[in-house]
Write a protein that binds this ligand. Structure first.
Ligand code: SAM
Length: 300
């Protein structure tokens, strides 16, 4: 895909005016942390393009991936690699460039840097050196999935990737099941079937949304219990492909019991407080933390 480069260079439309405004407000001697699209190349902000057009250097997780994005927009800036293993050492050079007044951009392969991607170490080093860091907001797979999943939720818990090893994944899922709010995790195609089996064993009734290939041609949202999703994935192997986000829906209040809370808390009060709060949370669907505090009050 190639885009007409004119709107980046000619001063004609309102869009161009906004682009030039974004360019004119760029500050020299700063690090810009730039979010890039998670699939659809059009999902990039004018500010992100302004930074990428004017950066003296762009530091990327994989320069080949970022080169494609830059080429699509007719941008040609010096590209360098920064990955998890060299983030700290490259940071020293970047600090020097920023002190010399350069505009430095950092991008990851897709989405927002530092969200399950490199970025945090560089930002911490630049901030520790007392130099400015500016975020350029944009796509993030977790937020994109949540925004279109139809989940009414004031709060959510983002857990990143589940551990790859079976035992650790099961342990982590048991912990996450204690959360009553929406829980968002990243998964990979080769682990999704096993993961859904574990979820089925642990939270058979909890609704799950599987958001796949977001913003791309085969974008799909599936919603159901883990066993319902497993059945869909087994019947259609294509549903196991691509990039995916899982959302465990908030624990529905209708699943909670009619037994008065006081009665439940009295039944568990002799147990260690943490365990008592956990059990009460499972029965009532209320938050562990608030139950823990209530139990402490009752004990005192
Ligand atoms: N920094 C990225 C962000 O802001 O979301 C996340 C990078 S992480 C290395 C990659 C994971 O994000 C994938 O394995 C997948 O779980 C999720 N992801 C990224 N792009 C996605 C997409 N288009 N659709 C669904 N999930 C996606």
């Amino acid at each position: 895909m190639r885009y007409d480069n004119n709107f980046l260079s000619q001063d004609k439309t309102a869009m161009q005016q906004h682009f030039h405004q974004a360019e004119s407000t760029l500050k020299k001697g700063a690090l810009y942390v730039v979010a890039t699209p998670i699939g659809n190349l059009c999902d990039i902000s004018l500010r992100a393009l302004a930074v990428l057009k004017n950066a003296d250097m762009i530091f990327a997780e994989d320069t080949r991936v970022t080169a494609k994005l830059l080429t699509a927009y007719g941008l040609h800036r010096p590209l360098f690699s920064i990955r998890e293993h060299n983030e700290r050492s490259v940071a020293e050079k970047i600090i020097q460039y920023i002190e010399d007044g350069k505009i430095i951009a950092q991008v990851s392969d897709a989405g927002t840097p530092a969200v399950c991607d490199p970025g945090a170490k560089l930002v911490a080093a630049v901030r520790n050196a007392g130099l400015p860091v500016y975020p350029i907001s944009g796509a993030c797979a977790a937020i994109t999935a949540l925004s279109a999943a139809g989940i009414e939720s004031d709060d959510f818990y983002f857990a990143g990737f589940l551990p790859p090893k079976l035992n650790e994944r099961q342990k982590r899922l048991a912990e996450l099941n204690q959360q009553c709010c929406a829980v968002i995790v990243y998964e990979t195609p080769h682990r999704i079937s096993g993961c859904l089996k574990d979820i089925e064993n642990m939270m058979a009734n909890r609704k799950i949304t599987l958001a796949r290939e977001l913003t791309k041609s085969f974008e799909t949202f599936l919603c159901g219990t883990a066993s319902e999703l497993s059945a869909i994935l087994s019947a259609d192997k294509n549903q196991q492909k691509g990039e995916m986000v899982l959302i465990f829906h908030p624990v529905e209040k209708t699943q909670a019991t009619d037994i008065p809370l006081e009665k439940i808390l009295n039944a568990v009060i002799d147990l260690p407080t943490k365990q008592a709060a956990q059990i009460a949370a499972q029965i009532t669907g209320l938050g562990k933390k608030e139950l823990y505090e209530q139990l402490l009050k009752m004990k005192s």
